[in-house]
Design a protein around this ligand. Sequence first.
Ligand code: NOJ
Ligand code: CA
Length: 701
Amino acid sequence: MRSIVMLTCVFAFQTLFGQQCQSPNKQTEVIFSLSNDGKPTYEIIYKGQVVIAKSNMGFELVDALPLLKNFSVLNTRFDTKNETWEPVWGEESSIRNHYNEMLVALQQKNTQRKMNIRFRVYDEGVGFRYEFPVQDQLGHFIIAQERTAFAMTGDHTAHWIPGDYDTQEYDYTTSRLSEIQSLFDTALTGNASQEQFSKTGVQTALMLKTDSGLYINLHEAALIDYPAMHLNLDPKTLSFESWLTPDAVGNLAYMVAPHNTPWRTVIVSDDARDILASRMTYNLNDPCVIEDTSWIKPMKYMGVWWEMITGKSSWSYTNDVSAVKLGQTDFSKLTPNQTHAANNTNVKRYIDFAAQHGFDGLLVEGWNEGWEDWFGHSKDYVFDFVTPYPDFDVNTLNAYAKSKGVELIMHHETSSSVRNYERHMDKAYQFMKDNGYSAVKSGYVGDIIPRGEHHYSQFIVNHYNYAVQKAADYQIMINAHEAVRPTGIARTYPNLIANESARGTEFQAFGGSKPNHTTILPFTRLIGGPMDYTPGVFEMDISKLNPNNNSHVNTTLANQLGLYVIMYSPLQMAADLPEHYERFMDAFQFIKDVGIDWEKSVYLEAEPGEYITVARKEKGSSNWFVGNSNGFNKRKAEINCSFLDADKTYTATIYRDHPSANYKTNPQAYVIEAKTVTSKSVLKITTVPAGGFGISIVPKN
Ligand code: NOJ
Ligand code: CA
């Protein structure tokens, strides 16, 4: 009935303003219209305010007329959906997918080519995509430029990272749109990066705030068989335009009808917390295609890892690189490197610690041949993913771990040689199954092979998706680093349990990250899916691990605890070394206790770049966990405990900054205190700059 009413109003508006579609609660709407010369345009309104001003849509093609103008509307169809689905893991156990849809079928008058635009309007935003139906006039074609504009209505504040075809591992810059160009070179600092396309180009998910207090998030959903989209700003008009990652010969996307682009997404609210609570990006992806998902399990893990990242230890077994001929060298005859971390004794030490403290997994990097001369080898043949170094006994270590209730996590550094990886993939995954591994961290460091391809081009995007699908055939979970940033495809393939694809904790050991970094990431990188951020560093002075590394972790210890709640991931690491945790066992207790899979999440306080406070109820338990990360300024957080059950009394254990804590000079000053709380309690907790807190709330009795 409601949809009939809606359809009537839609058609009433059609002749005057173009086609319009409103969200279920009517606060968000999209208006589609054709200009006088038949250019498709759209506009987005939220609570009466223009979010995206009238913006053009369409494509330039290689060796064919553009799909930009001369269109007429063949027909417009409306639909509506209101369903709930249960994710395998997530921030809540059930997700509502509620939208109104408008499908505009277009035909270009001079060429008869057909192009449809599908809009889905949610209460908290709009997704739209281009669809190319089967037709005689348009079969195979190559996109030379996607010209989807996102016209801003003012000089908004943006949290942005530079448009780069190969990495997202940047600190965020917060500035006005008009300042992006002049701040661009500074924004690149600290990341000797790969290739930028323009000095006004930024990556998505892009988080914006208008002067009237609207929060706008621009990203994409369901990036499948298409290049990743960046946004290029016209500094004069303050309009963004889509900028797709090119392939090695400069083409953008190879299309064969029927084919769709990913969804272009605009999430909007006058309350920043709604951006974090939005599940629009997942909802725009297809439902899960894996029938039996019983093998997909959230994991809390440790790693033989931080000691390499800090430079204390090495990945490589030997420094004797001149002696190595790949596949022909007997490594046991080479001089071992004294700092090789993935050795039997050290791995057992970590297994013991992880088992003692209830962890599910232990990642071991540097276990396999190839690290010794990564850049010297032909990158077509650098790693085979099945040959361990002589001091890493795959059978014994896996059996030892299993006997203690811990599982080893595989590591596949591909060195970005994706063809090499694809050639070895079946054997590599089979090797994992044969030896009892069920999860792999993969990585794509360095320039992509085939040469000239980029980390975010269509071919390489297809590779990441291929790896995830292939892994599903073997019932393997994937955590891919340096891959394209996620776009909600974990709804379809929940074995993609995490990605890095942003500046993670490792950068705290590569010179440090901005103190407010984690108050931005949930608004940007995490919009598309969980991040393997690898929190939990307790020793902030990296020179204590490696005298040649003067990096400093720019947070307090209490902030590191808060990250387990605010940086959602079904894969959570305790990144630091056992000997560091042993010095702070009372604080480590929070990492041991904190949940990793959630019944529900309540976003208590949020302002991008300033602070985030989130409460989450653990799945299958009555325990709640609250986390906070704080930005540059000292602040008092207010936690209204009304999310708790009204009939219960709880013990809240609060792990917070000591008043004397200072992220630079006194980061390990924290206070742990227990309080009795009920749903009527309001907790007030002061955090220092780059500080934070974690709270576990457990029912009494
Ligand atoms: C970069 C990844 O982010 C890091 O976690 C990994 O240890 C190295 N590459 C080596 O693969
Ligand atoms: Ca990385």
